[in-house]
Ligand binder design. Sequence first.
Ligand SMILES: Nc1ncnc2c1ncn2[C@@H]1O[C@H](COP(=O)(O)OP(=O)(O)OP(=O)(O)O)[C@@H](O)[C@H]1O
Length: 213
Amino acid sequence: MLHPIDLTLDAGECVAVLGHNGSGKSTLLRIAAGRDTPTTGQVEFDGAPMDENDPRVRARVAVVGDTAACYPDLTVREHLRLVATAHGVADAGEWIDHVLADRRLDGHADAVPSALSSGQLQSLLLACALVRPRDLLLLDEPEQRLDPDARRRLADLIAAETADGVGVLLVTHHAELARRAAGRALVLRDGQVVADGAPDDVLTADGPLGGEA
Ligand SMILES: Nc1ncnc2c1ncn2[C@@H]1O[C@H](COP(=O)(O)OP(=O)(O)OP(=O)(O)O)[C@@H](O)[C@H]1O
């Protein structure tokens, strides 16, 4: 259960949400995405209620969830082409090449998901969000299964997103990623915000995450 949370995410801002297993991070992200309905209160996107089925929301909000959802018989490049085409991106070929290289997937462009490592699969999920237009990016533990280099590039990616004016809600277990990528960090415990502030102030050794921060 989540207690009431009042959170505004501005364009170009990254807010990180941290907390122990079961503290409510993914629940918050699903509610923010319009995927789950809160029992009280509401979520608005650009002044209107958030609804994941709303075409305006689908066109402008990219979600990278915590479960891999892929087509087993489509290659990496075909996934990206499919997403770009569905979102009306014309002549996406060069951009897809760029995203493939950026996520270190260029050597696996013709591989199907079952031939990827778990980290490469996670990179594919991220890549799918990058080949489509977006004003809001919702990330649920995007660092999962990524090696340290890929995690650093994830932080760079989020910085590039915010520099482009994209709002990013980042659910993460990785305090260093939050420090590098986010301007604000919330810590949840039992569905309640127990800390909220600049990552360097919140994610300290004597903060709510203790030695994990
Ligand atoms: N589909 C569901 N139905 C009922 N309860 C759920 C469901 N999903 C999560 N919960 C419960 O809601 C609480 C918050 O879960 P949530 O997945 O948001 O935590 P989390 O902070 O994202 O955890 P983790 O770090 O393990 O991913 C937990 O007590 C969990 O058992």
